[in-house]
Ligand binder design. Structure first.
Ligand code: ATP
Ligand code: MG
Length: 395
């Protein structure tokens, strides 16, 4: 049985504005799920609904088999036993770390004798032993967030809810805290829902990502599923960068799981990519090709054709950008711009203007339906001669 069951939840803020339009998610016991999506898509609204801070107007929210919210009924937040962690740490400035954590336990009716050991225990979990007597003003941002987490953990909530808890931290600290929050959640084993608009954060921290847009779920799955097999243009563009190539399906082969595509407006040989059940011969699609999947070879490297797993495109080098561990190479494939990401060593002997071959495994070509309503014109078929900034090509 799922630990948190969100069934067809509808939330209206007014008669003309619906923030959640029938959202359904099942979260398993001990699972760490991220709600990911652009600003205003309804992530916080859903989280607050789980916490009981918002009434819902349709569907239901259950935790451990018990309905906590449905139309006309909202169990008050204090009776739900959920731990909420926000961007602002919301610590009491006049209380020490110990008192900040102990206060909630006291409200929950814990005895003095039990409070001390429990505070020590949760401070150990978040790695803050010995800081009991400090005041929040004497802590760094990361430490304050750890205290906030410890405070939420103290009363052993059945569910942990996070709303962009790392946004106030600098980039480096945010990265280490992601790993830390994941470790803490796995250690205590509490089911968690985590809101973020940062795709990298969602990928690192969670077991599963629920991608939302405009009050609806676009796709849910593991980071790998969303990254490698996005169902829509929106998903392909939201997670990382993808080259999106307008193409038409020429043939499909269920046996090998591969299909052949003709690139639109590019005089290149047919290329082989992955087949997909809902993509048929003659369909117009966008082929997603991640930059790190492209290897740059010499002009004599050629494809061996369908159903060979290797695909190649003749190209010329347009720009080379050294960026440390990963470098960008922009390629021109008969007027279409392709971004490749390689390691610094691969740049050796590579110059702007060189003729090369873009080589990739056919398995890294993934078709996305072209009739996707969320697809925008900025994403595909951008010609180099239109001089459109790279960011507009996709992502
Ligand atoms: N109390 C409210 N009254 C009316 N509209 C609201 C209210 N709270 C949120 N909204 C609207 O509901 C939509 C979803 O808001 P929500 O805060 O859930 O978005 P979000 O996904 O968390 O965005 P962000 O990433 O910016 O935090 C937005 O259009 C927002 O303006
Ligand atoms: Mg929000």
């Amino acid at each position: 049985m799922s630990d948190i069951q969100i069934k067809n939840v509808v939330k209206e803020y007014s008669s003309t504005f619906t923030a959640l339009r029938g959202v359904s998610i099942d979260v398993a016991e001990g699972e760490f799920v991220s709600l990911l999506g652009p600003s205003g898509c309804g992530k916080t609204t859903l989280l607050r609904s789980i916490a009981g801070l918002e009434d819902i107007h349709g569907g239901s929210i259950s935790v451990k088999g018990k309905v906590l919210s449905e139309k006309g009924y909202t169990m008050p937040p204090e009776r739900r036993n959920v731990g909420l962690i926000f961007q602002s740490y919301a610590l009491w400035p006049h209380m020490t770390v110990f008192k900040n954590i102990a206060y909630g336990l006291k409200l929950h009716g814990w005895s003095k004798a039990d409070i001390g050991p429990r505070v020590a225990e949760v401070l150990k979990v978040v790695g803050l032993e010995g800081l009991e007597e400090r005041y929040p003003s004497q802590l760094s941002g990361g430490q304050m967030q750890r205290v906030a987490v410890a405070r939420s953990l103290a009363a052993a909530p059945s569910v942990l809810l996070f709303d962009e808890p790392l946004s106030n931290l600098d980039a480096k600290l945010r990265e280490s805290m992601r790993v830390e929050l994941r470790r803490i959640q796995k250690e205590v084993g509490t089911t968690a829902v985590y809101v973020t608009h940062d795709q990298a954060e969602a990928m690192v921290i969670s077991d599963r990502i629920v991608l939302m847009n405009q009050g609806e779920i676009v796709q849910q799955g593991t980071a790998k599923e969303l990254y490698e097999t996005p169902e829509t243009m929106f998903a392909a563009k939201f997670l990382g960068f993808a080259n999106m190539l307008a193409a038409r399906v020429i043939s499909t082969d269920a046996g090998s799981g591969l299909a052949q595509f003709e690139l639109e407006g590019v005089s290149a040989p047919l290329i082989t990519g992955r087949a997909r059940k809902d993509v048929h011969v003659n369909d117009r699609v966008h082929l997603s090709l991640r930059p790190e999947a492209i290897r740059i070879g010499s002009t004599t490297d050629t494809s061996h054709g369908f159903p060979d797993r290797r695909a190649t495109l003749p190209a010329s080098v347009e720009d080379v950008i050294y960026a440390g561990n990963i470098c960008d190479v922009f390629l021109n494939v008969s007027g279409l711009r392709l971004r490749a990401q390689v390691t610094p060593g691969d740049l050796e002997g590579l110059s702007v203007g060189d003729g090369v071959t873009a080589i990739f495994d056919s398995r890294s070509i993934w078709p996305v339906p072209a009739d996707d309503a969320t697809a925008s014109v900025d994403a595909v078929g951008v010609r180099v001669d239109e001089d459109v900034p790279m960011a507009a090509v996709a992502g």
